[in-house]
Each structure stands twice: as structure tokens, then as C-alpha cells.
Design a protein around this ligand. Structure first.
Ligand code: SAH
Length: 364
């Protein structure tokens, strides 16, 4: 009996040692093979996670210091022509109370944000056909003219190369487009048939070619996601080498086909933040609202795993509840842009500091 325990313990130790060595290797080579990724992802445990987080936090300190960059998030529309199965603003959700912001409302948000110290504005929305190239070029060039010292980030989904080019010429600097999953079959389980993983990836490469700082990313714990899928995401991220990577836990929305699926976990999200920081040391890594939603200390834990960005909500207050991608999305406390003082306190208590600068990526 005793001997058996000893044998198991030794075996366990060896397995743990191998996994810790994989993390050392990732830190050293900034890459792992597909097989190694699968092994590391399947081998996640509190000890492995803590080890990865400590290393990732040190890497972030070396590259970016303890500065946390802030982005003012303006949710410009919850109309969407797409029907992504996970998303609360999918077109077939008849219960979504739809709104869209006009140019004046968006410029008002920017003015308030600038006053509060934001030097990056992120315009995010569903794929709303109202925002043609003409409409968006007018909005982007107005922001560009009024705020030459600010970065303009767009997150408006898939558009044509020509459209991305016109928006870039109008003054947009960055574009967030999560790849969601790198595997065509898994992509098909999360999206309607008219959307494809290959087009999503092509959009990311097009954006890069046009000189945008590009952000990819995915939901941790999305329905049907396997360790093998996650390993593929890491290889794809390595190849794309994006300026930013946005990841957060999947959280079910009650009016979607995925209402009854489990949410992704805090632990696995933290683990992936750390792994991404180790693989892409200079990338910008937000501690997302979804992470703050599943755990009251989620964003602080994100910083301790290597994250260095937060995106407080600058949208007009009346609309925030309506941009409901998932249930219980936080929108009233330190994630609200007007509560920046509260955010500063939270960040300082976690031994970081808010930097009121553009905060460009060191992975460009
Ligand atoms: N229409 C834009 C913006 C999408 S919203 C686009 O296509 O890029 C931004 C991100 O929210 C999505 O990329 C998705 O990863 C995330 N999201 C959507 N539904 C979610 C859910 N139920 N749980 C967690 N994150 C979700």
C-alpha cells in the first residue's frame, strides 16, 4: 500500500516536472509544438498555472512594467446581421432591444473620454449595415481631426479589404477581430453556415497588411472546445503574431442556443493569459469585462497572469445594458469609464498603475 502511494507520487512528480519544463521551454523559445501544447493544456493544475502566471507576470514587468493601459470602449450598435450561436445580439434574438449611436453621440462619448484621460477610443458593434464605409469614414475622420493624439480602434467584424483600407486611410490605427477558433469544424459549431474560419483569418491578414495593429482572440471554454482546438489557437496566434490578443471566458446568454452551456472558468482563462504572454511577450493583453464578470477579482487576477490593458465602458449609460453579449455583464462599477477613480484604486491596490497614454503595442 505504502509502496503504491510512493510510486504514484513519484509518477505525479515526474509528470509535473515535465509540464514545468514545458513552461520553461515556452518562456525560452516563445513556441511549442502542437503535441507539446496539447500536453500542457491537458496537464493544467493549480501548481502549473501558478508557475506560468508568475513567469508571465515577470515577462510583462520586463516588457511593459506595471503600467496598465486604458481604452474607452464605445459600443456603437447592437444591431447585427450575423447569427453567431453564442452571442446575445445575434440577429435572431427577437428579445434584444436594439439601438445604434449616431455620429454626434459617438463624438460626445469621445469628448467625455478625452476629458477623463482616455487616449484610445474603441468603437465596437454588431455587424450593422447602417455603418457603411461612407458613414464610418465620416465618423473616423472626425475623431481623427479632433483627437490627433489618440488611437482609434475599430471592432466592427468582417468587412472587405477595400473597406478596411478606407477606414485605415480615414485614420483608424487598430482593429480587434477575435478569430474565435482556428479550426474550421469547431468554427462551424459556433457560427451559422455563411461564416467561415478561413474568411475570418483572411480578414486578420488583410488588416495586418494594411498596417493596422491587429487584435485576435477567442473565448475560453466555448461550447465544444477541446484541448486540441486550444492548441491550434496557440499555433495560429504564433503565426499571426498580433499586436493584441483579447481572450475572456465564454458566458452563456439566456436568449441563445447556448443558454444551457457551462461558462468558461476563471482558472483556465488566467492560464491562457499567462501562456499567451509567455509566447508573445510584447503583445497587449486585456483583462476583459467577461473576466471581471465571472469573478469579482477577475481583472486583478488577469494582471497577475500578465495582462496589461483594461477597457472601461464609455457608451452612453442608457445603452450599456442593451449591449448584452452574455448574461450579467458588469457595467456599473469600476468598469464604467466615469468611475475611473474607482478603477485607479482597484489597479493601485493590486500594485499596478493606470497609464493615461495611447499605449501602443510592443509587438508590431
Ligand atoms: N461584431 C464584432 C464584435 C463582436 S463582440 C466582431 O465580430 O468582431 C466582441 C467579442 O465578444 C466577440 O468577438 C466574442 O468573442 C465575444 N463574445 C460574444 N458573445 C460572448 C459570450 N456569450 N461570452 C463571452 N464572450 C462573448
Amino acid at each position: 500500500m505504502n509502496t503504491m502511494c510512493l510510486v504514484n507520487l513519484n509518477k505525479g512528480d515526474r509528470k509535473t516536472r515535465n509540464l514545468l519544463e514545458l513552461i520553461d521551454k515556452l518562456e525560452r523559445d516563445k513556441a511549442l509544438s502542437y503535441k507539446e501544447w496539447v500536453k500542457l493544456i491537458k496537464g493544467e493544475s493549480p501548481e502549473i498555472r501558478d508557475y506560468a502566471c508568475a513567469k508571465a507576470s515577470a515577462v510583462r514587468d520586463a516588457v511593459y512594467g506595471r503600467d496598465i493601459y486604458i481604452r474607452g470602449l464605445i459600443e456603437i450598435s447592437n444591431y447585427c446581421k450575423n447569427d453567431c450561436l453564442y452571442c446575445g445580439i445575434r440577429c435572431s434574438n427577437r428579445n434584444a432591444d436594439r439601438y445604434r449611436l449616431n455620429k454626434e453621440e459617438i463624438l460626445d462619448c469621445c469628448a467625455q473620454g478625452y476629458e477623463l484621460g482616455f487616449r484610445t477610443f474603441v468603437l465596437q458593434g454588431g455587424e450593422d449595415p447602417h455603418y457603411t464605409d461612407e458613414v464610418m469614414v465620416d465618423i473616423v475622420s472626425s475623431i481623427r481631426a479632433l483627437y490627433p493624439d489618440c488611437a482609434i480602434t475599430l471592432s466592427l467584424g468582417e468587412r472587405t479589404m477595400e473597406s478596411y483600407r478606407r477606414l485605415r486611410e480615414a485614420g483608424a490605427d487598430r482593429y480587434l477581430l477575435r478569430h474565435e477558433t482556428a479550426n474550421e469544424e469547431h468554427y462551424g459549431k459556433l457560427h451559422p453556415a455563411n461564416l467561415s474560419c478561413s474568411n475570418r483569418k483572411q480578414c486578420l491578414y488583410n488588416l495586418k497588411e494594411l498596417g493596422y495593429q491587429v487584435g485576435a482572440g477567442f473565448m475560453v471554454g466555448a461550447p465544444y472546445q477541446t484541448a486540441e482546438n486550444l492548441a491550434e489557437y496557440m499555433l495560429f496566434l504564433k503565426e499571426l503574431n498580433p499586436a493584441m490578443v483579447g481572450i475572456g471566458p465564454f458566458i452563456p446568454h439566456h436568449d441563445t442556443p447556448f443558454a444551457d452551456f457551462e461558462a468558461g472558468t476563471l482558472e483556465q482563462t488566467i492560464f491562457f493569459l499567462a501562456l499567451i504572454r509567455l509566447m508573445l511577450p510584447g503583445t497587449l493583453l486585456p483583462a476583459t469585462t467577461a473576466l471581471g464578470t465571472i469573478d469579482p477579482k477577475g481583472r486583478e487576477k488577469g494582471f497577475d497572469a500578465g495582462a496589461n490593458v483594461v477597457m472601461p465602458n464609455l457608451s452612453p449609460k442608457d445603452y450599456r445594458k442593451k449591449y448584452e453579449l452574455y448574461d450579467n455583464k458588469i457595467h456599473t462599477d469600476s468598469e464604467a469609464a466615469e468611475n475611473k477613480r474607482q478603477l485607479e484604486k482597484m489597479v493601485e491596490a493590486a500594485s499596478y498603475r493606470i497609464a493615461a497614454v495611447r499605449g501602443d503595442s510592443k509587438n508590431m
